[in-house]
Ligand binder design. Structure first.
Ligand code: ZN
Ligand code: ZN
Length: 249
């Protein structure tokens, strides 16, 4: 399995960073977690095809996490896709998402693949699927709207993505996390419904976390300066996500 950081910026995007979204590559088919800008161009840069994307999971429907969907679907149509695509979202957004697909006149395109919208209830931790050794679950985040974090287990390796959230006790209480990708919208400047690097370093038990990567980053925030102040046993585990960074899991 491989994780790719398709974008690493906060909602207002960045000079050199795109909005945060992730690609989890797996032999059972790859999963896009949210879709920010230019998914087609980024897949090309990575040497990947739209055909390998089997599913999309929307952690929440704030615009910075969803706006790349029309472009992805357009590219799948151009690429002659025939395999079905699954899109997961919160139950309360399912009708809205189906209406959005209608508004895009998707049913007017001579589209040859089925789009199946599936839902979860964000307040209840749930397994979305398990195929082979890989299982993907969602759990509630703390973002003031219906929003979920993501947990992927693959052959004993545990990867967690916080999505947009304040520090989350459900993440803190996990037994072990090999890789935690956590939003860090600011370094230490307080911002409602989000996390700071100061929060992340202090709130979680880093003896249980192998590695942390920060995403949802804001330009010109003093992340690097703050990392120098954080005790080395914690700071040595934390890095800033890089655009199109590929992480084997
Ligand atoms: Zn966001
Ligand atoms: Zn958000």
């Amino acid at each position: 399995m491989e994780l790719i950081l398709m974008g690493t910026a906060c909602a207002s995007s960045g000079r050199d960073r795109d909005n945060t979204y992730l690609l989890v590559r797996d032999t059972s088919g790859s999963t896009l977690i949210d879709i920010g800008g230019n998914p087609l161009g980024k897949l090309k840069t990575l040497g990947l095809s739209t055909h390998e994307v089997k599913r999309v999971v929307f952690t929440h429907v704030h615009i910075d996490h969803i706006y790349g969907l029309p472009s992805l679907l357009w590219g799948m149509w151009i690429d002659g896709r025939e395999d079905p695509l699954e899109i997961y979202c919160d139950e309360s957004e399912k009708e809205w998402l189906q209406n959005w697909l209608e508004l895009m006149k998707l049913t007017k395109w001579p589209i040859a693949f089925e789009i199946s919208v599936q839902s979860f209830q964000w307040e209840k931790p749930a397994l979305l699927w398990k195929e082979g050794e890989t299982a993907l679950s969602v759990f509630p985040s703390r973002h003031g709207v219906a929003a979920v974090g993501i947990q992927v287990e693959c052959g004993g390796t545990v990867f967690v993505y916080s999505t947009d959230t304040m520090p989350n006790p459900l993440i803190r209480d996990m037994d072990r996390i090999d890789l935690l990708v956590h939003e860090s919208t600011t370094a230490e400047r307080s911002l409602a419904m989000h996390s700071t690097l100061r929060d992340i370093a202090g709130y979680y038990d880093w003896s249980k976390i192998g590695r942390g990567i920060l995403v949802h980053l804001t330009d010109d925030e003093p992340y690097e300066d703050l990392l120098k102040e954080i005790p080395e046993p914690v700071s040595s585990k934390i890095s800033l996500g890089r655009e199109l960074e590929r992480i084997p899991l």
